[in-house]
Design a protein around this ligand. Structure first.
Ligand code: PLP
Length: 469
């Protein structure tokens, strides 16, 4: 497919623009560019076709099953989009005076009230633009807390080896030394390893529960108690909140601050790189350290992003919370857990389960034995799924399982879809045993087969450049 720049024809245009209704301003020469920007020149119909063609090349939740573990790629109700598109929300200027933004502030207050209720926290900021950014903000709260007490010896953050890569990265970016602890054989926190890691230099622990293998840690109260006893604080990575919202609360598990990926759990479509929101909640004793918008209230506290973050993501979250309500929120979680267990048991008997026990919202397959036997890897199976109209699950994560495929069906999938998905997994399992060769080259019917991911990461080409004339 050609880039829109390559389709450009000099002089072609579709200029049905509204009349300019503000006074033109003469820019000083200092700001004016000397030559015109190389924008594509196209007729309207060709622009429409270009974007439709792009759209046809994408697999999204609207096209088919998308069981991407650790990411909650769920169907987001259309009403959430409708609310985010209301002109009063979509067109608001961040510097508009208070009297003109009362509705927006009510959205933020409502979001705070309900998300604090869901997470068991007392206060919240909506500045962070993603989960990783929320982690950064939350761990800075922990750092400020220790600093404010003059407790300078707390230099270490404990992170289990099953954690999402953003956890250790966050701790390091906040200036902490990362202490990795091995998981117990059941994928949960190893209490002995935790006890050994804890000490006077512990600033805190970062944990997601249910963890990245989809298991709710039964020792969670003991874990947070041990960290507190050592003088550290507990940070909850809320990316897996879809499994427990409205049922149990991180605040009640003993966590002091959390982030929630509003774009995962609370109805903003994601996967294309944004925009997201990593709302950060904390207990009362940390709220004095929360970032505030310097522009809004002039208090001069830390600020991790301008104004109120990606505000329209919060609008969607509020809509989602209000439409589901007190009964619907836990029901969504319960269905997510039920669907994951149903799919796991429907696949069982073919590919090995990494952990053969009741799971939460996601589960992990372990293909290491299967690969030894057939030569077919987790990558081959993932790529083969594309030919059946299914988005591959997360591959090779978490790192504690080799040849991992991690599936999260979410609450919105029907029994028929889950049955169909399980049948495809079983079929591929047999295929790998009888005719593995084509699987090494899959997908065979997709627009893009196996791109050079290493090359793309090492030598990214991020910008079209006009060829020399
Ligand atoms: C997605 C995810 C994150 C990071 O969130 P982003 O919004 O992608 O920055 C952190 N932890 C876990 C367990 C996740 O699944």
């Amino acid at each position: 497919m050609k880039l829109i720049f390559e389709k450009s024809v000099a002089g072609r245009h579709s200029d049905i623009l509204p009349k300019c209704d503000v006074e033109p301003v003469e820019l000083s020469a200092r700001f004016a560019r000397t030559d015109a920007p190389a924008l594509p020149e196209m007729a309207e119909v060709d622009v429409a076709r270009h974007y439709t063609e792009l759209n046809d090349r994408v697999h999204g939740v609207n096209c088919g099953f998308y069981p991407l573990g650790s990411c909650t790629m769920k169907y987001n109700p259309r009403i959430d989009e409708d609310m985010a598109a209301l002109p009063g929300f979509a067109g608001v200027h961040p510097l508009a005076p208070d009297y003109a933004t009362e509705g927006c502030r009510e959205v933020l207050e409502t979001a705070k009230k309900y998300l604090c209720e869901v997470s068991g926290m007392d206060d919240m900021t909506f500045q962070p633009a993603a989960g990783a950014h929320g982690e950064f903000t939350g761990v800075l709260l922990i750092k400020q807390y220790h600093d404010a007490r003059g407790d300078k010896k707390r230099t270490k953050i404990i992170v289990p080896d099953s954690a999402h890569g953003t956890n250790p990265a966050t701790a390091a970016m906040c200036g902490f030394e990362v202490v990795n602890i091995d998981s117990a054989p059941d994928g949960c926190v190893d209490l002995e390893a935790l006890k050994n890691a804890l000490g006077e230099d512990t600033a805190g622990l970062m944990l997601t529960n249910p963890n990245t293998v989809g298991i709710f840690d039964p020792n969670i109260l003991e874990i947070t108690r041990l960290v507190h006893e050592a003088g550290g604080l507990c940070y909850y990575d809320g990316a897996n909140l879809n499994a427990i919202m409205g049922v149990v609360r991180p605040g009640d598990m003993g966590f002091d601050c959390v982030h929630m990926n509003l774009h995962k759990t609370f109805a903003t479509p994601h996967g294309g790189g944004g925009p997201g929101a990593g709302a950060v909640g904390c207990k009362d004793f940390l709220k004095e350290f929360l970032p505030r918008s310097v522009v809004m209230d002039g208090e001069g506290r830390i600020q991790v992003r301008s104004f109120a973050g990606n505000f329209l993501v919060t609008v969607r979250a509020v809509t989602y919370l209000l439409t589901l309500g007190r009964e619907g929120i836990p029901e969504a979680s319960q269905n997510a857990v039920l669907n994951a267990n149903y799919l796991m048991r429907a696949i069982q008997g073919s590919f090995d389960l990494a952990f053969d026990r009741t799971c939460m919202h996601e589960f992990v397959l372990d293909l290491s034995e299967y690969k030894k036997e057939t030569g077919v890897s987790a990558l081959d199976v993932a790529k083969s799924l594309i030919d059946y109209g299914m988005h591959p699950p997360t591959m090779y994560f978490p790192l504690i399982v080799h040849e991992a495929l991690m599936l999260e069906p979410t609450e919105t999938e029907s029994k028929e879809t889950l049955d169909e998905a399980a049948a495809i997994f079983r079929k591929l399992y047999e295929l790998g045993k009888t005719d593995p060769e084509p699987m090494h080259a899959a997908p065979h019917h997709a627009q893009i087969g196996r791109p050079d991911e290493v090359g793309a990461a090492r030598h990214p080409v991020l910008r079209w450049q006009k060829p020399e004339e």
